[in-house]
Design a protein around this ligand. Structure first.
Ligand code: PXG
Length: 288
C-alpha cells in the first residue's frame, strides 16, 4: 500500500512520523474521512473546505492550495489502484519540542491513507441498527467546538466504548443541556409526520458532509427538512430514525434505548433517502 506523506507516495512500511509530532503528543491537528465510490471522490471539495475551516479554527496555516490537496487525494487513490475506498487525510501540527506551544512546530505534516472500507455489516442497512444514549456528553462548544474535526476524538471514543458496553454499535450523545447532539461518528435524523429533523450544529453536531447531502436529498424528494432541537423523547417517538456519516453512509435505526422506533422496520422516507444517496455518490464529487 502506498501512503501519501509530505509530498511523496511511500510504502506503508516507510510511512512514519516523529514521536515529537504534536499531532501525536497533543492531538494537535485536523483530519477528514472521505469516500471514493466507483472512481468518484464524493464531495471532495466540501471535505477540503471543512479541513480548511478546521485548520483555521486551530490557527494552523495550511501550506497547500486546495488544488494540491485535491491532487494528493486523487494521486493516492490512483497509486493504490482503488476505485472504492475509505480515504483518511490527516494534517498534524508537525514536529516540535515538548510543550504545548504550537509555534514550536515549524512545518505541518500531511498524510493520506486510502484503504478498503470497513462498513457496518450489510444486514443493518436492511434490518436497521439498535443504538443507545450514553452518559458521556458531547463537549461544550465553549470548551472546544465540535465543528472542528480535530485529532482529539476521546470524547467520541469514550461514548463509543459505552455503546459497546451497552451491546449496541452506535451511541447517541447529548449536549450539556440534555439535547441530542449527534452520534460518535454520525449525524442523527428523525422523521416525524412526514418531516425530517436534525439537530443544529450549535447543539453539538459536526456539520457532516453526508448530512449536507441529506438536506439536498430531502429537497429533491420534496420532504420538508429542518434543524430542530431534539430530546430523547422526540427520538423515541419518531416514525423513523436514521444516521449519516462518511463511514456509515445513511443507515436506519429501529431501536433506541430499548424503545422500538415506528414499526420496528426501516421506514419509507429512509428508503427513498438511501436510494437517492446511492445514486449521488457516483456523480457528486471529483473523478480521480
Ligand atoms: N459526527 C462526527 C463526530 C463525526 O466524526 C460525522 C458526524 C459525520 O460527518 P460526515 O462528514 O462524515 O458525514 C462524523 C464523521 C471513522 C469515520 O473512521 C468517522 C467519521 C467519518 C469517516 C470515518 O470512524 N466521522
Amino acid at each position: 500500500m502506498k501512503i501519501y506523506l509530505d509530498g511523496a507516495l511511500v510504502d506503508s512500511a516507510d510511512a512514519k512520523i516523529s514521536v515529537f509530532d504534536h499531532g501525536l503528543l497533543y492531538g494537535d491537528g485536523v483530519f477528514e474521512g472521505i469516500r471514493l465510490y466507483g472512481g468518484n471522490v464524493f464531495r471532495l471539495e466540501e471535505h477540503l473546505e471543512r479541513l480548511e475551516y478546521s485548520a483555521k479554527a486551530i490557527l494552523l496555516t495550511l501550506p497547500w492550495t486546495r488544488k494540491q490537496l485535491s491532487d494528493a487525494v486523487c494521486d493516492t487513490c490512483r497509486a493504490n489502484g482503488l476505485t472504492d475506498a475509505y480515504i483518511r487525510l490527516v494534517v498534524t501540527r508537525g514536529v516540535g519540542d515538548l510543550g504545548l506551544s504550537p509555534w514550536l512546530c515549524k512545518v505541518p505534516s500531511i498524510f493520506i491513507i486510502a484503504d478498503k472500507i470497513a462498513l457496518y455489516p450489510a444486514k443493518y442497512y436492511v434490518e436497521g441498527l439498535e443504538i443507545a444514549t450514553v452518559a458521556t456528553r458531547r463537549m461544550n462548544p465553549s470548551a472546544l467546538s465540535p465543528a472542528i474535526k480535530s485529532l482529539n476524538y476521546l470524547n467520541n471514543i469514550l461514548a463509543k466504548i459505552e455503546a459497546r458496553q451497552a451491546g449496541v454499535l452506535e451511541a447517541i450523545m447529548l449536549n450539556d443541556q440534555g439535547f441530542v447532539a449527534e452520534c460518535t461518528g454520525d449525524n442523527i435524523f428523525i422523521v416525524h409526520k412526514g418531516r425530517i429533523y436534525t439537530p443544529a450544529a450549535q447543539q453539538g453536531a459536526l456539520k457532516g458532509i453526508t448530512r449536507d447531502a441529506v438536506f439536498d436529498i430531502a429537497r429533491e424528494l420534496a420532504v420538508p427538512m429542518e434543524e430542530h432541537d431534539l430530546t430523547r423523547y422526540d427520538v423515541w417517538n419518531a416514525d423513523e430514525v436514521f444516521l449519516s456519516g462518511t463511514g456509515a453512509e445513511v443507515i436506519p435505526v429501529v431501536k433506541v434505548d430499548g424503545r422500538v422506533i415506528g414499526t420496528g422496520q426501516p421506514g419509507p422516507v429512509f428508503a427513498r433517502v438511501l436510494e437517492s444517496f446511492r445514486r449521488r455518490v457516483l456523480t457528486e464529487g471529483t473523478r480521480i
